[in-house]
Design a protein around this ligand. Structure first.
Ligand code: 6R9
Length: 650
């Protein structure tokens, strides 16, 4: 961004008070903010007591060597014990931990007692393969119960896992195996995707031909689809054969709170992927607390469903560690939202009586595009809280989510956080906050976040700038794996002593925080910094627009010109005058400065597997450049489609 802070163009004044019944019975009330404000460290020490420690920590935060934090450093615990065994010991062994729904419609309910047996066997199996405490294990899997079991088995024996998205290429997998120096890879023959078995194992075989992956001794293969798999004798081992003969009891060993729990590579738009390192005690404390607070989880009665892939941080924190540490019952779904029909998700909500749903704006906008009648055909009355994560949620998408999925009664919590933050940082609380559509609003109790200007000074209400985290938090990344200097440079150097999140944000006149997209995506138009998010939200507020992606393209007159790629609702063809009408609509919503110079209707937008729009690629298109790296795209044919629609160069 230049020296002028982000313009504050959008005004959204709708507000939704918490429903009385949620407020009356909320896990967390306004008192938590007061307690945390009074003594932040005492507040987190209190939250750490949610967990079972073998040695309870006497220390809370050690910040003597910033930005390298230690939380609860003298405490010892086993993360898997906290997520599994202690619930069985507390008498909840018969409670379903995971309702697995396969894409072809097969299902499996796994209780906490079963989960304990499976995790114990898998822990023994890894030990038999020679995996020792501290060894890294790569997990390259579809969404299966074994994926969760594998992660917990690693945690149980203190072997940090590195989960790699099942859709990543052999090259991406090899780079991650090499960077973490993984010794074992856990994978499956394949998984079901869009109605057909899709192979995974061949990508592992290919990755392991790369020199950097030479230290991998074994590949543990879960059988899911039964398809033929290439086999390397001596190296490859069937998961079921190895685990079946292991004892079903396993004594968990306690590790230091700062023992590494996992490495997760951020999608990293440029350069080498960053291995974000998370450790045990602080991480588990924050994901457990935030899951309890933000989703108001009542483990006896709620059915939680986070639709994220486990290969994304949301899956780590809000499928595996948060919900399971809280003894939740949850749904795990293997497939895509539209297989075999556009209502599959709502069918699953109805089938399991899902009460809390956590998904991404991209999915919500896609459902809007498919039409209101799709969810209307299912009974969604069980839902009581809806969550959003991954991108700013446009106010219209927020309203649609609440109305068409939440029956106009459920609170919607827009949760801002990152792979690096480990857990939710900024979010309304469903029983406390009067929610504003499109805003994450308030730092959670115990979290210090604000918006700063170019000089690192806090901006006044009503102004925009950069999101900054001003105090360490328990689930913060500890470093970038193997590269402390890059950790300092990337996050702690823009504003000394403060964590720079890389997101643009503004404070509204009441001091609530609105996220405005990645700083790299901010546009500079005639001397004004304009957020792509605000222009996209204005476009999405037009009844004909389902989705929009906005980029700044180099322009001789205005530095950058706003270029919008839009998906029309119902896929309808573009009629005459529509583009002009849309431009006028944006001008009316945000002011003439934000009026897009070009608007291009397209059928799809390029997205990462975690659902984030890749504006970088659209910028390449808008500037008639050769496309940059497309390897993290869900579907690389999308770009060809978009390019084919373009009138060449303008
Ligand atoms: C959890 C996750 C992090 C980036 C983050 C921001 C964007 C996530 C958001 C949001 C606005 C929200 N982001 N949640 N922006 N409102 N509620 O997504 O982690 O994949 O590391 O991405 O996602 O730009 O900086 P990760």
């Amino acid at each position: 961004m230049s020296n002028e802070s982000l313009a504050n163009l959008m005004t959204e004044t709708r507000k939704f008070a918490p429903p009385a019944e949620v407020a009356a019975d909320a896990n967390v009330t306004a008192a938590a903010y007061e307690a945390a404000a009074e003594d932040r460290l005492a507040f987190w020490a209190e939250q750490a007591r949610r967990l079972s420690w073998e040695t309870a920590p006497a220390q809370t935060l050690d910040w003597s060597n910033p930005p390298f934090a230690k939380w609860f450093a003298d405490g010892r615990l086993n993360v898997a014990y906290n997520c599994v065994d202690r619930h069985v010991e507390a008498g909840h062994g018969d409670r379903v931990a995971i309702h697995f729904e396969g894409e072809p419609g097969d299902s499996r309910a796994i209780t906490y007692a079963e989960l304990r047996r499976e995790v114990s066997r898998a822990a023994h199996a890894l030990t038999e393969l020679g995996v020792a405490t501290g060894d890294r294990v790569a997990i390259y899997m579809p969404m299966l119960p074994e994926t969760v079991i594998a992660m917990l088995a690693c945690a149980r024996i203190g072997a940090p896992h590195s989960v790699v998205f099942g859709a990543f290429s052999a090259d991406a997998l090899a780079a991650r195996i090499e960077d973490a120096d993984a010794r074992v890879v856990i994978t499956s023959d394949g998984g079901y995707r869009r109605g057909a078995p899709s192979a995974l194992k061949p990508a592992v075989d290919e990755a392991l031909t790369r020199p950097g992956a030479a230290n991998v001794r074994n590949v543990l293969v879960v059988r899911r689809t039964g398809q033929d798999v290439p086999w390397t004798e001596g190296r490859d081992v069937w998961w079921h054969e190895l685990t079946e003969r292991q004892p079903e009891e396993h004594t968990p060993e306690a590790f230091d709170a700062e023992h590494p729990l996992f490495i997760l590579y951020t999608s990293g738009t440029t350069g080498r992927p960053k291995g974000i390192l998370h450790t045990s005690g602080g991480y588990l404390t924050q994901v457990s607390y935030t899951h309890h607070a933000v989703f108001d989880l009542k483990p006896e009665t709620d059915v939680f469903w986070c639709t994220a892939d486990v290969g994304w941080v949301t899956g780590h924190s809000y499928i595996v560690y948060g919900p399971l540490s809280n003894g939740a019952t949850q749904v795990l779904y293997e497939g895509t939202p539209n297989t075999p029909h556009n209502g599959r998700w709502w069918e699953i909500v109805q089938k399991y009586g899902v009460t809390i749903l956590y998904t991404a704006p991209t999915a919500i906008r896609t459902c809007m595009k498919w039409g209101d009648d799709v969810p209307a055909a299912f009974n969604l009355e069980s839902l009581r809280i809806l969550g959003s994560v991954g991108e700013p949620i446009n106010p219209e998408a927020w309203i649609w989510y609440r109305k068409h999925i939440g029956g106009d009664r459920t609170p919607v919590v827009d949760t801002w956080w990152q792979t690096e933050t480990g857990g939710i940082m900024i979010s309304p609380l469903p029983g406390v906050t009067a929610a504003k559509p499109g805003a994450a609003q308030v730092p959670l109790p115990g979290i210090a976040a604000t918006v700063v200007d170019d000089n690192g000074a806090e901006v006044a209400n009503g102004s925009g700038g950069y999101l900054a985290l001003t105090e360490p938090w328990p689930s913060m990344l500890r470093t970038i794996w193997g590269d402390d200097q890059r950790y300092i440079d990337t996050y702690w150097s823009r504003f000394p002593g403060v964590y720079f999140a890389g997101d643009g944000a503004k404070k509204d006149t009441e001091g609530d925080i609105w996220l405005l997209g990645r700083v790299d995506d901010v546009m500079l138009v005639s001397g004004h910094n304009i957020s792509t998010t605000e222009v996209e939200s204005a476009l999405v507020s037009h009844p004909r627009i389902a989705e929009a992606a906005v980029v700044g393209a180099t322009d001789p007159q205005t530095t950058q010109a706003i270029c919008a790629f839009v998906i029309l609702r119902g896929g309808a063809a573009e009629e005459e005058g529509l583009v002009e009408e849309l431009r006028a609509h944006v001008a009316k919503e945000l002011g003439p400065i934000a009026k897009p110079k070009r608007i291009l209707p397209v059928d799809e937008l390029p997205k990462t597997r975690s659902g984030k729009i890749m504006r970088r690629l659209l910028r390449d298109v808008a500037e008639n450049r050769e496309l940059g790296d497309v390897t993290t795209l869900t579907d690389s044919t999308v770009m060809e489609l978009i390019q084919s629609k373009l009138p060449t160069a303008s």
